[in-house]
Design a protein around this ligand. Structure first.
Ligand code: AMP
Length: 325
């Protein structure tokens, strides 16, 4: 059994944003120099909430194209579309048979996102699909933020139970702190993570035109102070701008702070750095978008290569539970 260093899924539930770029795409691109990370567009995960089929199709292609434009290299990454690798759903079912209802029901995200809606059953079982994503690739360590830690714990419990009942089948994964904890916060509400689903005013999308980026950054929420200092707890808005600047232009947020005497100057520098970071990605995206057939071929090829690994894992699991001799 091999172990992979990085496994990252991108849900096509909206447009990719700066948080995705700095917090997830960049680590994948860095990991490509040392290992062969697994990078997939998690289209099945995008179906746990009400969705529009046409939009899902369009966003899936957009996210895949953007990942390639941002440096995911299909020769150095195992890059594919989750739904094109049927082992994800097959293992999902096998793992459901080793998961207790109460375990899934306890997940905080289910409680938060399922509240007051006509909840899809897949929202309850999605952490089991995530467990399948992880276990399929014999992933030993999963770098995750606090919000996903509970799901990795579930994957760990289910893998351990499966191994105990049916014999050693899966590598038991461990949640680890990401090496560089780039976490980009929402510009309008710096207490919340920048995300695809929050209001567009606080989210910098990778495909936003320069003037939109400038406008959003200039309107970012700061505080009533008038000096620039890096104090994430006391001054989260200013700290976020400094982190964004550091993430895009280099340097440390604390050291950068001393170079500014006003919020306006900091915002202008941050906006400029974001524009400089996304510009080449946007240019490459435009190029790649001229030939969607190319992106589809890359994904199909990636799925085929992924199946060389995932088919083996599912074979082990099927054998262990008694489906095949
Ligand atoms: P998602 O947007 O949920 O599909 O997440 C795709 C990847 O981006 C995951 O690895 C997330 O941890 C990462 N990510 C999402 N939002 C942020 C953010 N605001 N800051 C840093 N990383 C993020």
């Amino acid at each position: 059994m091999t172990t992979t260093a990085t496994l990252t899924g991108f849900q096509p539930t909206g447009h990719l944003h700066l948080g995705n770029l700095l917090g997830a795409v960049r680590p994948v691109v860095a990991a490509q120099r040392r290992t062969r990370p697994v990078t997939f567009v998690a289209d099945l995960h995008a179906m746990t909430m009400p969705h529009d089929p046409g939009e899902l199709r369009q966003l899936t292609l957009e996210v895949a194209t953007l990942l390639l434009a941002a440096g995911v290299d299909p020769d150095r990454s195992l890059f594919y579309l989750q739904s094109q690798v049927p082992e994800h759903t097959e293992l999902h079912y096998l793992l459901e048979c080793a998961t207790r209802y109460g375990e899934a029901h306890r997940m905080i995200q289910f409680k938060e996102r399922g509240r007051g809606r006509s909840t899809r059953l897949s929202l309850l079982t999605y952490p089991v699909l995530m467990a399948a994503d992880i276990l399929l690739h014999d992933t030993a360590e999963v770098p995750v933020g606090d919000d996903q830690r509970q799901h990795v714990e579930l994957a760990r419990d289910v893998a351990t139970r499966f191994n105990t009942h049916y014999g050693q089948t899966f590598v038991v994964p461990r949640a680890v702190k990401p090496e560089v904890a780039a976490r980009v916060m929402d510009l309008s509400d710096p207490s919340a993570k920048m995300s695809k689903s929050r209001g567009a005013a606080g989210t910098l999308f990778v495909l936003d035109p320069p003037e939109v980026i400038e406008r959003k950054v200039m309107r970012a929420v700061t505080d009533s102070g008038d000096t620039v200092s890096y104090e994430p707890d006391a001054r989260p808005g200013v700290a976020n701008l400094l982190e964004i600047l550091a993430g895009c232009a280099g340097g440390s947020p604390a050291a950068l702070a001393s170079g500014f005497t006003s919020y306006g100057a900091l915002k202008r520098a941050a906006a400029e750095a974001v524009v400089a970071t996304v510009r080449p990605v946007q240019a490459r995206f435009t190029e790649l978008s001229r030939d969607p057939g190319y992106v589809r071929r890359v994904l199909a090829d990636g799925a085929e290569r992924a199946r060389e690994v995932t088919a083996d894992t599912v074979h082990r699991a099927r054998k262990a539970v008694g489906l095949i001799a």
